[in-house]
Design a binder for this molecule. Structure first.
Ligand SMILES: [Zn+2]
Length: 178
């Protein structure tokens, strides 16, 4: 499959290197998040949220959104085909009412799993990953705030990946059987 480029590639990120007095800020080179103590990387923040997903009542309800958003904003460590899979998931949740709860994602399982995965295009990530990051979500005070922040994060990522929305919509429609 052809690699689908992003028109945002090469655009210079602005405003992520600013320093605020008294606050340790370390911008992530992938998503642009301003990382503050006690975290050192977005991966540490992501893992802290995953712990909540599996240990605190109710957090598992939006687990898949956490995974899709995080993976899409950190595309360096995985195949560009995974971008296609996660943007298809995100579209299913946002536009088809697919359940974002832990354990509800049926993935691309089946006898032709390998073939399905290989058929995914390699979607290049946007340079600008949008204004909301994992660092904005981790500070939620309770479950309701967490869910609200997750919706904001999901919509922000979906907009940042606007160039690939047409592909995602078609893939999500086929997956949902219509
Ligand atoms: Zn990051």
């Amino acid at each position: 499959m052809p690699r689908i480029p992003s028109p945002f590639r090469g655009r210079v990120r602005e405003g992520v290197n600013r320093k605020r007095e008294g606050v340790l800020i370390e911008p992530c080179h992938e998503c642009g998040a301003e990382i503050r103590d006690p975290y050192k990387t977005c991966k540490e923040i992501f893992e802290a949220i995953l712990v909540k997903d599996y240990s605190e009542l109710g957090y598992a309800a939006v687990h898949q959104l956490v995974v899709d958003c995080y993976v899409l904003q950190h595309p360096v460590g995985h195949s560009p085909r995974s971008n296609a899979y996660h943007i298809m998931n995100l579209c299913g949740i946002l536009e088809h009412g697919r359940n974002p709860g832990a354990g509800t994602n049926d993935g691309i399982k089946g006898t032709d799993q390998e073939a399905k995965y290989r058929a995914f295009p390699e979607l290049e990530a946007p340079e600008d990953q949008g204004p909301v990051t994992v660092a904005d979500v981790v500070g939620a005070n309770d479950l309701e705030e967490h869910k609200t922040l997750m919706q904001k994060w999901a919509k922000s990522v979906w907009e940042a990946w606007a160039f690939h929305q047409d592909w995602a919509r078609q893939a999500a429609r086929e997956r949902e059987g219509g």
